[in-house]
Design a binder for this molecule. Sequence first.
Ligand SMILES: Cc1cc2nc3c(=O)[nH]c(=O)nc-3n(C[C@H](O)[C@H](O)[C@H](O)COP(=O)(O)OP(=O)(O)OC[C@H]3O[C@@H](n4cnc5c(N)ncnc54)[C@H](O)[C@@H]3O)c2cc1C
Ligand SMILES: NC(=O)c1ccc[n+]([C@@H]2O[C@H](COP(=O)([O-])OP(=O)(O)OC[C@H]3O[C@@H](n4cnc5c(N)ncnc54)[C@H](O)[C@@H]3O)[C@@H](O)[C@H]2O)c1
Length: 483
Amino acid sequence: MPERQVYDVVVIGAGPVGENVADRAVRGGLSAVIVESELVGGECSYWACIPSKALLRSGDARRAALRVDGARQAVTGGLDAAAVLARRDSFVGDWDDAGQVSWLESAGIDLVRGHGRLTGPREVTVTTPDGEVHLAARHAVALATGTRAHVPDTFGLRAAQPWTNREGVAARVVPESLAVIGGGAVACELAGAWADLGSAVTMLVRHDLLAGYEPFAAELVGKRLEERGVTLRRGVSARRVEREAGGAVVLECDDGSTLRVAEVLVATGREPRTDDLGLGAVGLGSERGWLDVDETLRVLGPDGEPVEWLYAVGDINHRNLLTHQGKYQARAAGDVIAARAQGGTVDDAPWGVHAATADHRAVTQVVFTDPQVASAGLTAAAADEAGYRTRVVEADLGAVSGASLHADGYVGRARMVVDEDRGVVLGATFVGQDVAELLFSAAVAVAGEVPLDRLWHAVPPFPTSSEVWLRLLEAYGRPVARG
Ligand SMILES: Cc1cc2nc3c(=O)[nH]c(=O)nc-3n(C[C@H](O)[C@H](O)[C@H](O)COP(=O)(O)OP(=O)(O)OC[C@H]3O[C@@H](n4cnc5c(N)ncnc54)[C@H](O)[C@@H]3O)c2cc1C
Ligand SMILES: NC(=O)c1ccc[n+]([C@@H]2O[C@H](COP(=O)([O-])OP(=O)(O)OC[C@H]3O[C@@H](n4cnc5c(N)ncnc54)[C@H](O)[C@@H]3O)[C@@H](O)[C@H]2O)c1
């Protein structure tokens, strides 16, 4: 029997989520080891959130100046693509994870580099370049292995070696032309980034942009993408793809047209990294898809009951594929693992410290397009589907003094979804330049279930864009005097 290293908690996957599970468990008095097969910091740090936002920022800053008369005259040239790419490189530490490894050390978390898989209840075997390492968990194993890009079966697409998000954020050369397949957050953000850097971008969007958001998001973002030079082809899909000997990619589309580009980026969603994770070894059958979890993030077995020692946190449970929501789950999971280990109280009631309630009711997301799309809680469609009796009100962000001072000709819109039975905000969406920083106010209102009557006493400062809240409340109507 090979020697095993025993810890209270074993975490597989050192993305933002795994790091936070381990951190909370250690803060709760447990020992923890984390297993990572690539870079500590995960997809988010090196191939997703951070490099994509770094790529986008320079174009946004340039446009912001162009939208303010007086500053506009100071903008005398285009983006310096080499400088933008160099700035991106600095944010990903040139794809070196030394900084994140030092953080693990400072947090008291051990690291084993290699591919981890379950080999039995509470047992993890790591394949490392030097052989196998056997780990055992006294209390819990947490799976936080994230996702990879889903590449559809479209004929020839895989053989054409398309860009996924990885090349889409890490490329070192701006392609002369780029086809983007998909219309979600990845497609919209990266189409805009590469267009800003000078690529001739064509988006093939099977249905419409940004499904799942309030419909005006697609309208406003689509219009601006076109103004940034992106060719938007809605209702068109590639049906055959081929990379020619010379390197160019030819896409035959289902409307009979042909597109010839230097590169093609596939942004058609994600698939979970649950294959080769040993799920079969712990009675989870041949399961390799997304992992269902209970409110404290324990994996649900085939009988629908939670496996008492096994957690699935972040992207792989498919609740919300977002770093901050995954880290929110990680805080709950790390704390509840410690509570269960020490026989403490488990607070898993809705909004309890160990329950990831916001996953269903108060998710926040910002899509870093121009204009930005920022949403908290439920959209009108999602609230209807969930059975709420709702009233929806809208406001023109461009008519708010703060916004019109911020940028000449500011265009934006806001929507608030109200639960008519309880008089609270179920969701809010803002679309406009720099609305990202406005979103947390909505998150507080939604998660706090603040009554609208009380929200009238939260006074937005003048002249800021947050006065859009006042416009939304006015559209809803003043409360009547209490008798
Ligand atoms: C282009 C793009 C932009 C995005 N932008 C944003 C954004 O702006 N804001 C936002 O909130 N979200 C954004 N996201 C989503 C965000 O990247 C994910 O939600 C987040 O990375 C999930 O974190 P995670 O820790 O669950 O998984 P990951 O970050 O994927 O980390 C999982 C880790 O597990 C490791 N691993 C996997 N299998 C094993 C194994 N068997 N053994 C050992 N290690 C393993 C992986 O190597 C990886 O390091 C973006 C996604 C993409 C694709
Ligand atoms: N700013 C952010 O927070 C941010 C940015 C990027 C990504 N993300 C996260 O990453 C996740 C993944 O993003 P994504 O854009 O890859 O996925 P997505 O699921 O949001 O969008 C996928 C898009 O591809 C299209 N599509 C799917 N299959 C297709 C096919 N076979 N042919 C043509 N089109 C097809 C869909 O219609 C959709 O437009 C998102 O859910 C989001 O949570 C977040």
